[in-house]
Design a protein around this ligand. Sequence first.
Ligand SMILES: O=P(O)(O)OC[C@H]1O[C@H](OP(=O)(O)OP(=O)(O)O)[C@H](O)[C@@H]1O
Ligand SMILES: O=c1cc[nH]c(=O)[nH]1
Ligand SMILES: [Mg+2]
Length: 218
Amino acid sequence: MQNGKLHILTDTPSLANHFVAELRDVNIQHDSLRFRRNLERLGELLAYEISKTLPYTTAGITTPLAQTQTQMLQAQPVLATILRAGLPLYNGMLNYFDKAYSTFVGAYRVEEENTELQINMEYLASTDLHDKILILADPMLATGKSLVKAYKGMLRHGKPVQVHIAAVIASPEGVAYVQQEIPEATIWLGALDSHLNDKSYIVPGLGDAGDLAFGPKI
Ligand SMILES: O=P(O)(O)OC[C@H]1O[C@H](OP(=O)(O)OP(=O)(O)O)[C@H](O)[C@@H]1O
Ligand SMILES: O=c1cc[nH]c(=O)[nH]1
Ligand SMILES: [Mg+2]
């Protein structure tokens, strides 16, 4: 884990390293069931780490034997994700924040030779975001353009009180862009990689997360 606004799971040796390693490994990543499940497991771990920083309140509970007290979330966050590749990561987060409302964005990179990368955003269905704790999850933070475009579109549905961005693998360029465009966000990563290649893919990365999870797009 790093400074207050950027946290990296694999900086600390843990099972997160196994899950990220399996996502990257060309001998394992073509098992799409395992690929999706590893994204889901990282969604669960990232949700748990984020949960340690959220506000809690003391609540009483009754066991079969006695009364006791515990700490409960003051409010459920809103979980947001970007289709397609975001779905398994989102599912993992929803396993833990199991009462959260959700926001979905449909966006994809238009990858054409010799033109600047554009993001097509065609679908946005959001719950009310006003004063909510927002967790926006997408497995790959490459240029950061998808996340920034999705977040700015989501602001039409209210201004969150707190913003968390969760990704499995990020590039330094993408992190810098998100920090510049969404300075209020705390960023949570599985791993921070070396750089982007000339096609804006993360290196070493894992390849195309959406294709590995759901098949090649035509
Ligand atoms: O940081 P960026 O440069 O914007 O790239 C990241 C985006 O790329 C992937 O989606 P993709 O566009 O491949 O769509 P898909 O989920 O349908 O495969 C990924 O899930 C992110 O949304
Ligand atoms: O490396 C990358 C970049 C964008 N999308 C991916 O799936 N992988
Ligand atoms: Mg893709």
